[in-house]
Unconditional design. Structure first.
Lengths: 355, 374
């Protein structure tokens, strides 16, 4: 914690009491300043001065928005947004500088990492719809378009490959980002598709690059760049079919993983959210889901050891493959020739037995 | 010391009193309670009646209704011309301009005051008002508010190894009309429409109906797509939702056909070019004319005369004919580019957040530019 307390301080005014302006931290955010009583009081008496806080080097002399309150004679200033790591601020009393403080930059050891890029396999269909980026730290939002590049055959940058969505699609703690390849270019017959073609084209290879200047929420940058190579295969126009899945069951009495082979890679995020297991008594079996082997299989680790008996795997039909085809319907339906959906059920099931 | 002890006791007593009165009902008539809404992000703004501001919080998948108490009617607001407004706001927040992002803007139709949502790079949301050249913070503590959660995720909804829900939906646009709050959303997992319509005041038995909205491209391929931005308008005495999608623009839906659980097909009335995202849509009724004004990510601001939309009347639920959608409603490219936020300031003026050619991000109102809407 010691290194989190501020250190640069120039004391200009009152010296009647040993006092230092201190940074108040909430986790790793500098969310306030404690301005000691000695700074607040007018040197000639007890009358209080008007305290303001300013960003040094900001154009003009604007005082920051925030709340001031008194605590044991000292003043607590809480800005509307946390102080920025690496920047310096000045405290003024009746317009006169009385202290300066630097917010230490984030520790380099806490720099973010790009942990995974999904799909993890290196072949994808021409109509690949989503790419997920998994980071170690909460990342800065709204800037993915500046940091993600798609390069075709090591030469051409594909412009407009991804939807530039605002707000972007982050998970709650800002560590998992969903990127959509522009569906307007994937959907047949829409103008973007006709004029620009699909972002990925069969037979080409692409390099997906995440550059190293992307900052996390504390201002630390990725150590990147990161590269991932994709080879593009034909369009995927088939729905995932759970009837083709193979379930490999562990022995009763063990707590080993149940392994479900999906035949082909499915959507990483949906695989983690659309499956559940019940026993014969329709009781939910608690445990942990995790994708394995390039999202072509999914593993379930139960919290308790398996009991002998019959089980049901319940699969929400919104589960999609890499091209956005779900169990009930294809990503795009040709209303003239294709049946709209094989089933309208929300859930389909697979039975298995533990012996 | 004695005095300090007395003050401490007094402060504690006040604290108890404040706590006792926290979360009491207010008298707005909108079912609001006083307290601290835990707003985690502000990604969409829209005004309702009597100074009620709806805040779309994507991070917590919740819509908040807050009482701004900003109810003094102003027929006309002062002109807005704030150069480098991003620099000014960054200085007020004590940070650099690259650390702030504009999320949304809404004009209070009563006071004509501009409300702007800013997000700091660490994720902290800020709500500001702009009145002339005055920029002030809006307090989001000790206010009258109500809220409605959009995600009714089942308890067993899967989480990742650290217990975080993987299913996320964002709120991309909000509007209030005829006692209903409408919200369009995007999901992190499925490329589908999460358009919701909720009655306001919010009730505990809220349907938060998720509508299954399709648009038919050229009558052949049909997909469920998310709506990026939308507005409502009356065309030929019928109320419509005018929606713009992430992948193809302008689709019309009759409002009275948007019912929960129904398969509603919209009619594509225009495709406005590729490689572009709609940002904001507003309706301006001025000089006896009605226009739909639409700002875009990679195109100038479009102006569509509602008369042209009316002339496209036909069967509203059948897919459009092949050449119908590609030609579409005639629209005008206005000589204004790079408009990041757009709203109606009053009957005759728009307010825009625009990235100017010199790089400056300016907020300005279209004073003395009536020709834009003629």
């Amino acid at each position: 914690m010691c290194n989190l307390i501020f250190f640069v301080f120039h004391f200009y005014a009152c010296s009647e009491k040993s006092s230092e302006i201190q940074i108040r931290w909430t986790g790793d955010r500098a969310t306030g300043l404690l301005i000691p009583e000695g700074v607040v009081k007018n040197p000639s008496g007890n009358s209080e001065q008007h305290i303001t806080v300013h960003l040094i080097a900001s154009p003009g002399s604007v005082s920051m928005l925030g709340n001031f309150r008194k605590q044991n004679g000292d003043i607590i200033f809480e800005p509307l947004v946390p102080f920025t790591r690496g920047l310096s601020y000045e405290v003024r009393a009746d317009g006169n500088p009385v202290g300066e403080i630097e917010i230490p930059a984030a520790d380099a050891a806490d720099a973010p990492q790009l942990v995974n890029i999904y799909p993890t396999q290196d072949t994808v269909p021409e109509n690949l719809l989503k790419i997920y980026l998994q980071f170690s730290n909460p990342m800065r939002e709204g800037v993915s378009a500046n940091h993600v590049i798609l390069l075709r055959n090591d030469a051409d940058t594909i412009k407009g490959a991804f939807l530039d969505l605002q707000p972007e699609l982050w998970n709650e703690d800002r560590t998992l980002l969903t990127l959509w390849l522009d569906p307007g270019r994937i959907k047949r017959d829409l103008i973007p598709n006709k004029t620009l073609g699909t972002p990925l084209q069969q037979g080409s290879h692409y390099t997906f690059i995440v550059d190293g200047s992307w900052q996390d929420t504390q201002g630390s940058t990725l150590p990147g760049p990161y590269h991932k190579l994709f080879f593009v295969l034909h369009r995927d126009s088939l729905s995932p079919d759970p009837r083709q899945w193979n379930v490999y069951t562990p022995a009763a009495g063990t707590s080993e993983e149940l392994d479900i082979n999906l035949g082909s890679a499915l959507d990483y995020s949906l695989l983690n959210t659309t499956l559940r297991i019940e026993n014969e008594r329709h009781e939910f079996i608690a445990g942990q889901w995790g994708t394995g082997d390039e999202e072509k299989n999914i593993l379930f680790l139960p919290e308790k050891s398996w009991e002998r008996g019959k089980y049901t795997l319940l699969i929400q039909t919104r589960l999609e493959d890499l091209a956005g085809n779900n169990i009930n319907r294809l990503f795009e339906v040709d209303v003239r020739t294709e049946t709209k959906s094989k089933t309208t059920a929300d859930v389909v099931t697979i039975s298995f037995e533990i012996n | 010391m004695k005095k300090n002890a007395y003050l401490l006791v007094l402060a504690a007593a006040i604290g108890v009193a404040v706590t006792a009165f926290t979360y009491r009902s207010d008298n707005s008539g909108y079912g609001l309670t006083l307290g601290n809404p835990e707003i985690k992000s502000i990604t969409a703004l829209a005004f309702g009646p009597d100074g009620i501001l709806f805040i779309g919080d994507s991070k917590s998948a919740t819509i908040f209704a807050i009482d701004t108490k900003d109810k003094t009617t102003a027929d006309k607001s002062s002109a807005i011309d704030l150069k480098a407004v991003d620099q000014k706001i960054a200085s007020l927040l004590g940070t650099k301009v690259e650390n702030i992002a504009f999320q949304d803007m809404a004009v209070n139709p009563l006071s004509k005051k501009i409300y702007i949502a800013i997000q700091h790079s660490d994720g902290t949301p800020v709500l500001l008002t702009i009145d002339g050249d005055k920029i002030q913070a809006v307090s989001l503590t000790d206010i009258a508010f109500s809220s409605i959660a959009l995600n009714n995720a089942p308890a067993e909804d899967a989480k990742d190894q650290r217990g975080r829900s993987l299913r996320i939906s964002t709120i991309s646009d909000l509007a209030y009309a005829d006692g209903k709050v409408m919200a369009s959303g995007l999901s992190s997992q499925e490329f589908s429409s999460t358009f919701r319509s909720m009655t306001f005041p919010f009730t505990s038995k809220q349907e938060a109906a998720s509508l299954e909205i399709y648009h038919a491209a050229h009558g052949q391929y049909e997909t469920a797509s998310p709506i990026k931005t939308f507005t409502t308008a009356t065309i030929n005495n019928k109320k419509y939702l005018i929606a713009s999608y992430t992948c193809t623009p302008l689709v019309l839906f009759p409002l009275d056909e948007l019912k929960p659980g129904t398969h509603v097909k919209g009619r594509t009335v225009a495709e406005m070019g590729s490689g572009n995202q709609p940002i904001d849509m507003i309706t301006m009724n001025t000089n006896g004319k009605s226009f739909l004004i639409m700002s875009n990510s990679n195109r100038p601001v479009f102006r569509v005369n509602f008369k042209n939309i009316e002339s496209f009347q036909g069967s509203l639920t059948t897919p459009v004919e092949e050449n119908f959608a590609t030609e579409g409603v005639a629209f005008v490219n206005m000589p204004i580019t790079n408009v990041l936020q757009l709203d109606k300031l009053d009957e005759n003026r728009m307010v825009m957040l625009q990235r100017k050619l010199n790089g400056s991000l300016d907020l300005w109102s279209s004073d003395n530019q009536q020709w834009l809407l003629q």
